[in-house]
Design a protein around this ligand. Structure first.
Ligand code: FE
Length: 220
């Protein structure tokens, strides 16, 4: 390359529209919340309000975090707090897919973004077996359910739709993919250790705010 014709600075990368802004604003608000309190009822109540705002619109989830798998439900990490005080995950359920009976060991919020989900709580009987606890709930877009060792931590979640994927956005009080937790054999109640991990090594880029900054600079 002839240095005399090289531009003084690298040409600007074309600014992508800031479609990820609702997720970035949610992450910022959750970070402020976990800075402010470690009290679980406060985290569940205030986190629920923030999650309801995030899932009130369905125009921000990157396509690669919305891809189902023909065989297994997928868990895409959207953001992990650097101090692992919370994480945000997009769960994508193919038709007919469901979790085993499992726990979380930390607080969690499940917000329905697209489609519908069935949530069944389970409880332990005195003889050690696990049995369904109350009715199966159907979660519709905009609705939020909570789990935790104090409000009920063992459940099964399934896609309520037989013909298309469903997507829910989950927030947990830890880096959930790296938490040691359990799946259960309901007949015996016996636990088996598991660590869920994540379905992709990509995470969304929350931080390209260049379009707004350039627009502000151009208007100066
Ligand atoms: Fe769960």
């Amino acid at each position: 390359m002839n240095d005399k014709t090289a531009p003084a600075t690298a040409p600007a990368v074309a600014a992508a529209p800031d479609t990820i802004a609702p997720l970035r604003e949610f992450v910022i608000a959750m970070t402020r919340l976990v800075e402010r309190t470690r009290d679980e009822p406060a985290l569940l109540a205030q986190g629920r309000a923030l999650l309801e705002k995030l899932i009130a619109r369905d125009d921000w989830l990157p396509e690669f975090c919305a891809q189902p798998d023909p065989q297994f439900y997928r868990q895409y990490l959207l953001h992990a707090d650097p101090l692992e005080r919370f994480s945000v995950v997009s769960f994508v359920w193919g038709p007919g897919q469901r979790t085993p009976v499992h726990d979380h060991t930390v607080w969690g919020l499940v917000g329905m973004l697209r489609g519908a989900e069935l949530c069944q709580r389970w409880k332990r009987e005195p003889d050690g077996r696990l049995v369904p606890d109350g009715p199966e709930l159907t979660l519709s877009p905009g609705e939020v359910d909570a789990v935790s060792p104090t409000v009920g931590d063992v459940h099964v979640v399934a896609n309520a739709l037989a013909d298309r994927p469903s997507i829910s956005i989950h927030v947990y009080g830890a880096n959930i993919g790296a938490v040691r937790r359990h799946v259960f054999d309901p007949a015996t109640g016996s636990p088996k250790d598991f660590v869920s991990g994540y379905s992709s090594d990509r995470v969304p880029n929350l931080w390209d705010r260049s379009a707004a900054v350039r627009a502000a600079a151009a208007g100066r």
